[in-house]
Design a protein around this ligand. Sequence first.
Ligand code: GLY
Length: 349
Amino acid sequence: MRRILIDTDPAYTVNIGVGLIERLGSSIQELEKQPESVMIVTDSTVGPLYAKQVQDALSHYHTIVHTFPAGEAHKTPETLLGILRAMAQHELTRSDLVLALGGGVVGDMAGFAAAVFQRGMRFIQCPTTWLSAVDASVGGKTAVDLPEGKNMIGAFHQPAMVVCDVETFKTLPELRFADGAAEMIKHGVIASPELFARMKDLTWRLDPETTVAMNVEIKRSFVLGDVHDQADRQMLNFGHTIGHAIEAWSDFKLSHGQAVAIGMVMETRAARKLGLSDLDESELIAVLNKNGLPTETEASSEEILEFALHDKKRRCSGVTVVIPERIGRARLQTLDMETFKRYIEAGRS
Ligand code: GLY
């Protein structure tokens, strides 16, 4: 098992290994203050696979399972209200615990419910997808969508612990592997030639424990100095400025990883064409394709611009983008609106 300390305030550990669900009881015993009840929040895909196993592992505690329908379409205020009301009906208190069992949607919603229930209670992230294990479960971002946009309501609320049982990846369909691969390739481009090489020769799939640990270390390095996403953490948005726009343009028919893959290629091409970087996008395209990810879109530059400007990260004075300088190194640059328009056009062609 690997243990990585995320020394934010509060600090927490990320435990990564095989068979960790069975050992969840002893993991929870490490918490300073013991809960009486644990509410396991999960979705209709993951719940039937692992909720009973989690409950068995937590037999020393009073457990409740709350399941909601799987999918980004259910990451809504209504689903959130369902979680919060179940917490109230089961008389959870601030000293109890929420356990998010699932992928990014479950982690975001259970985490946000924990952030606001009785003004804040502890929660544990138990990611069961690559994407959530290498990105969403670490760093304390929690949120729910509005019809007006993704992650419109949310809070920074650090988990009390992250427990990643890599055995759960075995039940994932191939598309979910590709979704995780997109975020890992992103980490490789902005911070680690070593990880990029692992994504290139597909060896990342052979040793999930090491692969997750490498990614968590990278994520940790960006989160530590910038928990509230005002500076260097924004480097993790590589591929996301255009990716989020393409995801919304596709009406979420493209998965997050697919949209980010296209976004990374366009952002790399745009930076090169505008003379902001020498990095050519061909190596990136090859790695993405090898991992089953798309690298092109039919969305026009006008459509991408419209959705990109709608994104919450837009500032009137300009848009901060991530410029990949070479594999393993990137920088942030704020573009004025006129340059941002040219950037999108350059990325599309
Ligand atoms: N997923 C990007 C971040 O946590 O900042």
